[in-house]
Write a protein that binds this ligand. Structure first.
Ligand code: SF4
Ligand code: SF4
Length: 671
């Protein structure tokens, strides 16, 4: 005989289960419209894979999972997709969410499908994939994707697999009726799970208020190593951690998982769904839902298609809305009021409770806490509900977390026993939602901060690289300039280009004079000065003045200057007649000079080193000859001493260069 343990706290509310188990499971039928929310589970919503107007078959995938913690959605019946839009979904806040709407055709035509009766052929990965592809998520509680829950981490060793047949919440009998009518599938599903997990033992835990279900299960489990364990009824024995403690005596640590104590727990309805998916190849498109409460004439359990509007289902049970005071999804302890009866049945809809006012009176206004401590006595998690209430009122989130708010299973036992009618569990739910929203906001802000910092770093790096490139270019330019300066040689072609550009700029600006104009001006000016000086000399001679000798010297000098100017003009015209022609057409002269120089540079670039050396020598010899001619002319004309000296220095410098160029030619020819 297995030892049964007990957990702290708990209560015994009226069960009210007998009303809905008097008749077998009924088929709810096919409603005209099915509304399938894309998110019916914990994790990422599925993504539609059908379009509006598309015909779909029963069991066809209509939305694909997004990510690991997600499951696909299937068409519960054949028909046409009439909309993909936000619709009201079953949620305490009464909010809308994306749904696929199917206008059913009444044919209930299945898509081709087949199962694997001998599931032992399949390895674990294939089994998990089939469970995931069948869209199976927990059919009680929050709806955690089953394939994720069954993916055991390597560091976990599972001793006990528990199938949760407790169903401790008042009014709900969906699991009880499954045990009575589908015990074989439950046992077969448990065997599939045992094959997958390989636990040391497989237990099905059931409260002793379900004798028919227990008997059916024991009969079906006969000959297997599955043990059906019966234990005293107490609310909330069906809480995962409470059931583990009852059956194994182990306590799951705060914030921990059942696998941390070597246990995997699976919902009974999910176990049947896993059997159907593996053995028959049927995805999760319907479930058993209890419809009960005194405002329905025929409380019972229905096999109902997922997406069926609640009102349609209620009407199958003879719903009399005028008698009801509210509609609850789930039971009176953990369920929530549904604000609109058009919302659809989803995978976690285990019960629709439509009570009358006499049956479940509207709670009276809350009174002040009298510190009776009854809430702490009732709490199955050994929390301090009274303190949690104070912290929740003061929005002291840190203290709420320090007092293990997130271990609260929202069973409502504390609220149930509170003599002051304080809706304690509502405060905890609201506080949890606020904290979770803050965490999401914080994560979002943290992501934004990281993105901002990464961008700043990218920009700074790019700026640094740009700066380094700029500095490298500058250094290269300086080095080039230094080398050019170090040679002491002026690039004559570049110099010609620069001179021509400067000349063009001056001409375009409309200012300055060409070289020819300057020389012509100098000649005219010298002539005028000579005329003036000659006139003064003639006057002095006529008057017999003492200044005649001095004036004669001045006239001679001026004449010499005139001759020098005329000679310079002739030389200029003779040496560069093309330039002189250009000067006559000032608009094109500079451009022509640039082109000429560029052509010369291009021609030079194509020369061999020997040709270039010989050409350089020839140019220098020509310049030397010109300089010598100028010097001779200046000497002949009696030019000023300093001019003669400058010309002599030029001739000497050019002679040296010619010598160097001759050596360069010899070197080039020997090379
Ligand atoms: S049961 Fe209610 S009144 Fe009593 S201590 Fe808890 S919160 Fe206060
Ligand atoms: S609702 Fe939370 S605090 Fe209240 S009894 Fe249940 S577990 Fe404890």
């Amino acid at each position: 005989m297995r030892k049964i343990f007990d957990f702290h706290g708990g209560i015994h509310p009226p069960e009210n289960k007998h009303q809905s188990v008097r008749t077998p499971i009924a088929d709810a039928g096919i409603p005209p419209e099915l509304v399938i929310p894309l998110s019916q589970h914990i994790g990422a919503p599925a993504v539609p894979s059908v379009a509006v107007g598309e015909r779909v078959l029963k069991g066809q995938v209509i939305a694909q999972p997004r990510g690991f913690v997600s499951v696909p959605k299937h068409a519960p019946s054949s028909g046409t997709v009439s909309a993909i839009e936000d619709r009201l979904i079953p949620h305490p806040s009464g909010h809308s969410a994306p749904c696929i709407v199917i206008a059913t055709d009444g044919q209930d035509e299945w898509i081709a499908h087949s199962g694997t009766p001998d599931y032992r052929q399949l390895d674990k990965a294939a089994l998990l994939e089939k469970i995931r592809c069948a869209g199976i998520a927990g059919m009680g509680g929050a709806g955690f994707p089953s394939a994720v829950k069954l993916s055991i981490q390597p560091h976990h060793t599972i001793q006990t697999l528990i199938i949760n047949g407790t169903e401790c919440e008042p009014y709900i009998t969906a699991d009880d009726i499954l045990m009575r009518e589908r015990a074989q599938q439950i046992i077969a599903g448990a065997q599939i799970l045992a094959h997958l997990i390989e636990p040391g033992e497989t237990l099905i835990g059931v409260e002793d208020n379900k004798p028919e279900g227990i008997a059916a299960l024991r009969a079906a489990a006969s000959g297997t190593d599955i043990e059906v364990v019966e234990f005293p009824t107490k609310y909330p024995s069906g809480g995962e951690k409470q059931l583990i403690e009852i059956l194994t005596g182990k306590q799951v640590p705060s914030g921990g998982l059942p696998a941390d104590v070597g246990v995997v727990c699976q919902n009974l309805g999910s176990t049947v769904a896993i059997h159907d998916a593996i053995v028959e190849g049927r995805p999760l498109i319907s479930r058993v839902t209890t419809v009960t409460g005194n405002s329905v004439r025929e409380p019972q359990n229905f096999q109902v298609l997922i997406g069926t509007p609640m009102r349609y289902l209620l009407d199958r049970a003879g719903y009399e809305p005028a008698r009801g005071n509210r509609l609850i999804m789930g039971g009176p302890m953990m369920g929530f009021t549904v604000p609109d009866d058009r919302v659809p049945v989803v995978k976690t809809t285990n019960c629709l409770l439509a009570p009358t006012e006499e049956e479940l009176p509207t709670p009276p206004p809350a009174q002040a806490c009298i510190r009776c401590g009854m809430c702490a006595e009732a709490c199955p998690v050994s929390l301090l509900p009274q303190q949690l209430f104070w912290f929740a009122q003061g929005k002291e989130h840190e203290k709420l977390e320090q007092h293990n708010l997130f271990d609260c299973i929202e069973c409502g036992a504390c609220s149930y026993v509170c003599p002051s009618n304080i809706p304690l569990v509502q405060y905890y739910r609201a506080s949890k939602a606020e904290i979770q929203q803050q965490r999401r906001d914080h994560e979002k802000a943290e992501h934004s901060r990281q993105r901002f910092e990464a961008r700043q770093e990218r920009l700074e790096r790019a700026e640094r690289e740009k700066e380094e490139k700029r500095a490298a270019r500058k250094r290269a330019a300086e080095e080039k300039a230094r080398q050019a300066g170090g040679d002491g040689e002026e690039d004559p072609i570049q110099a010609a280009i620069e001179r021509a550009r400067a000349k063009k700029a001056v001409q375009q600006a409309g200012g300055g004079e060409s070289e020819l104009e300057k020389l012509e001006k100098a000649v005219v000016s010298a002539r005028k000065r000579l005329e003036t000086a000659s006139a003064k000399l003639a006057e002095a001679q006529a008057q017999g003045s003492d200044l005649v000798d001095a004036l004669q010297t001045g006239v001679d000098k001026t004449r010499g200057k005139l001759e020098a100017a005329e000679k310079a003009l002739q030389d200029y015209q003779a040496s560069d007649s093309a330039a002189a022609q250009d000067a006559a057409q000032p608009g094109d002269a500079a451009q022509a000079a640039i082109e000429k120089a560029m052509a010369a540079r291009a021609a030079e670039a194509s020369l061999s080193p020997q040709e270039k050396a010989r050409k350089d020598l020839k140019k220098l010899e020509q310049r030397l000859q010109k300089s010598r001619d100028k010097l001779a002319a200046s000497r002949e004309s009696g030019e000023e001493e300093k001019i003669i000296e400058a010309l002599e220095a030029t001739v000497t410098r050019l002679q040296d260069k010619v010598e160097e160029a001759r050596i360069a030619v010899q070197d080039a020819e020997e090379a």
